[in-house]
Design a protein around this ligand. Structure first.
Ligand code: 5GP
Length: 397
């Protein structure tokens, strides 16, 4: 497929990639030609021909991962990570998700005291949780304090919105030198070149995804990003070649997208929006009343209640006001703020995700999640599903 661009090109000229402008040039020069890049909703997975997996319940959901650097550390669990976001990366979410074998990257905002208590209460949490550290010195101090007190944390998540900077690469390097035995999760980036830089700086798992998140506005505010499915394929190949793996972060809208990300080569899939909306996330639960079109015995509109949970991007105005001194003069909000319908059961949400993954594996003939890449053939498509009744109210249970 080809893309058409009118920037600095003859109107009839077609190119297969976006051009690259260099300083001092008037025209945009097209010096990289490649295929159009894809998102999860541009592809489907084709059922296998020899599907030997008899039942969904036979599918092994856990994977066993070892890491080049984290000495002897092995991850045995479901290859899903809860995102280090408010409303998702809370201590209560981590406790609950761990019972399902799901990993959590804790939000950056937990105090060292809370983290200490959390890891001391149950040492097994070290196998399923990472403290998240940003570029701020305070984050590093928190991590050091907990590490020194607890002694044997296994994972850390080094997280910045833009991992395409030398500063971040050096940051990963410094962290690796200080903590040679940790499994380092680092991101976010979207190009194979930057994946390789982060891996050689010391990352074991590179977090891939810029602009694809459910409450992200970076693409709208900046025009920067990379379609997530292609980023996952290209970056996971690069990471693999360097003895590392990737975490596909952001953009999953349902269990099918999680399956696609894993089949495309991601070692983990990180979820924000798909795990948001539960009380365990810690966000405020808000009750709204509204008049329905039904009438009561007195002819008055029946009032219904709906509960919501606030959810926002970590670069939103809300997050900046909550955790920092607001947006300041140089920033604009790059995150959405939404009210999600309250979801009463995290267990049900997890069951829905697992059910979809199990079913994907049986269609594709994968006996376990780890076999998904070798069992999957993708096809490109214009649309993935039928939307006829999408806007109709759901049946109440
Ligand atoms: P989701 O699973 O909700 O689609 O995506 C979650 C990911 O979105 C997070 O792990 C993080 O990488 C990204 N993200 C979270 N908040 C923001 C934000 O405010 N702006 C941007 N650009 N990305 C965000």
């Amino acid at each position: 497929m080809q893309l058409q661009t009118s920037v600095g090109l003859d109107r009839n000229e077609t190119v297969a990639a976006i051009g690259t402008a260099r300083p001092g040039q008037h025209d945009v020069s097209v010096d990289e030609v490649g295929d159009i890049k894809l998102d999860y909703n541009n592809v489907l997975m084709v059922p296998g021909t020899d599907t030997c997996v008899a039942s969904r319940k036979d599918v092994e959901m856990r994977t066993c991962l070892s890491f080049n650097r984290g000495h002897g550390i092995k991850y045995t669990g479901v290859p899903i990570m809860a995102a280090n976001m408010d409303g998702v990366g809370s201590l209560a979410m981590a406790k609950s998700l761990m019972t399902h074998g799901i990993f959590t990257c804790l939000a950056k905002t937990h105090s060292s005291d809370d983290l200490l208590t959390f890891f001391r209460e149950d040492p097994r949490r070290k196998d399923f949780c990472a403290i998240t550290v940003g570029l701020r010195g305070a984050d590093r101090d928190t991590f050091r304090a907990v590490m020194n007190a607890v002694g044997d944390l296994k994972y850390v998540c080094l997280d910045v919105a833009n991992g395409h900077t030398n500063r971040f690469v050096r940051f990963v390097e410094t962290f690796r030198n200080e903590f040679p035995d940790l499994v380092i999760i680092a991101g976010n980036v979207v190009t194979p070149e930057q994946v390789l830089l982060l891996v050689s700086a010391g990352a074991d798992l590179v977090k891939v995804g810029i602009g694809s998140g459910s409450v992200c506005e970076t693409r709208i505010k900046t025009g920067v990003g990379f379609p997530q499915f292609s980023a996952v394929i290209e970056c996971s190949q690069a990471a693999y070649s360097a003895g590392a793996r990737i975490v596909a972060d952001g953009g999953c809208t349902g269990p099918g997208d999680v399956a696609k990300a894993l089949a495309a080569g991601a070692a983990f899939v990180m979820l924000g929006g798909m795990l948001a909306g539960h009380k365990e996330g810690g966000g405020e639960i808000i009750t709204r009343k509204f008049a329905t079109s039904e009438l009561d015995a007195n002819g008055r509109a029946v009032i219904a209640e709906q509960r919501y949970v606030e959810f926002y991007g970590m670069s939103s105005q809300a997050a900046n006001e909550k955790h920092f001194d607001g947006l300041g003069l140089w920033r604009t909000s790059e995150g959405r703020e939404v009210l999600l319908p309250y979801r009463p059961s995290l267990d049900d949400t997890v069951r829905d995700i697992f059910g979809g993954l199990r079913s994907a594996c049986t269609y594709l003939g994968a006996p376990d999640i780890a076999s998904l890449p070798s069992c999957t053939r993708f096809v490109r498509c214009n649309d993935t599903h039928n939307r006829l009744f999408e806007d109709y109210p759901a049946l109440e249970r």
